[in-house]
Design a protein around this ligand. Structure first.
Ligand code: GCU
Length: 323
């Protein structure tokens, strides 16, 4: 017995260790962006807040940079519950939650204040929950600024300049329609494959916000950045409803609070990274063009009109009435 005693102590300590470890609720989160992106940093902050609130009972493990797949695949993993959380652009989400296409229609929002008024208000909340029936629960919006064209050889000063150009878009039919309406030809390509596609001339250009243009180093290949700001597609933190419903009400509360607290942090980081990106690409020799937006707005009017009689048009109208 004397010999057995220390062994018993060690075994019981090991068991206690396992028990307390298995009590930690681990939330697996994967996304497509680089670790230097404001989205990733805000999610690290979110994970810290959650650990603090739950006193270590909950933990978020983050897998960045498309390690577990591109945005479409990550959404699918959420639907079957093999991944708990992700952050995607609202554009590829339209393939799963049709209401989300509103964000990929060009020139819907008057300016940034208008966009955030919508996101934080009833419409934004409604849209976040619209995915629930598809097993996708929107947790919050992150700032992704506005998207503009960048090209290799032909600077975009007017919509006509897009004529005949192959432009990469996200996997979103509405983004494809936007490029077609403006006279270009759209090629959906995963974000992580775009650098090579640009380099090899598979496409002549793409469109994105300044931090993504900069952090992906696409500016090494594309020397013209035309700030036409055609869309303001927010990023969305999504959760699998399968996983969400498996949490206790207390765990849900901690998690939602941690998510909400990360929003202001991300928006602050976003502002800084947008300015930093614009300065850096110009320093690297990119010509920044400020085109007159009026001809672009005019050119996409038929696209807006084409939704008449559908729920998208009703939503477009509702958005216009918000001051
Ligand atoms: C934005 C967005 C990403 C998305 C990317 C894209 O940068 O934040 O989530 O992957 O656009 O164009 O694919």
């Amino acid at each position: 017995m004397k010999k057995l005693f220390p062994l018993l102590i060690i075994t019981s300590l090991m068991l206690i260790g396992c028990q307390s470890q298995s009590k930690v609720r681990v939330i697996k989160l994967a996304h497509a962006l680089d670790v230097s992106h404001s989205v990733h940093k805000a999610m690290v902050f979110m994970a810290e807040r959650l650990a603090e609130k739950s006193k270590g009972k909950m933990r978020i493990d983050i897998y960045p940079s498309e390690q577990l797949g591109a945005e479409r695949e990550l959404i699918e993993l959420l639907q079957i519950g093999s991944l708990a959380m992700t952050k995607v652009s609202a554009s590829p989400l339209e393939g799963f939650v049709p209401e989300m296409k509103i964000f990929s229609i060009p020139y819907v929002f008057r300016d940034e204040d208008h966009l955030w008024q919508i996101l934080k208000g009833d419409i934004g909340k409604r849209l976040l929950l619209a995915g629930q029936k598809y097993y996708l629960r929107g947790m919050c919006y992150y700032d992704a600024g506005s998207r503009s064209f960048y090209t290799k050889e032909i600077p975009i000063r007017r919509p006509e300049d897009l004529s005949g150009l192959k432009i990469r878009v996200q996997k979103s039919p509405t983004s494809v329609r936007m490029i077609q309406t403006l006279g270009g030809s759209a090629t959906p390509i995963a974000f992580g494959e775009l650098y090579t596609a640009l380099q090899q001339g598979v496409v002549d250009g793409a469109e994105n916000n300044p931090p993504s243009f900069y952090l992906t180093r696409h500016y090494e290949v594309c020397k013209y950045y035309s700030l036409d700001q055609h869309t303001s597609v927010p990023d969305i933190v999504l959760m699998s409803t399968v996983v969400w419903e498996s949490l206790t009400p207390q765990e849900q509360q901690w998690l939602q609070e941690a998510v909400d607290e990360s929003v202001d942090h991300q928006r602050q980081l976003w502002k800084e990274s947008e300015a930093e990106a614009m300065a850096a690409v110009q320093k690297a020799g990119v010509e920044v063009i400020y085109p007159d937006k009026k001809p672009f707005r005019e050119a996409v009017k038929p696209m807006h009109e084409s939704y008449r009689g559908t729920s998208v048009y009703d939503l477009l109208m509702e958005i216009q009435t918000i001051e």
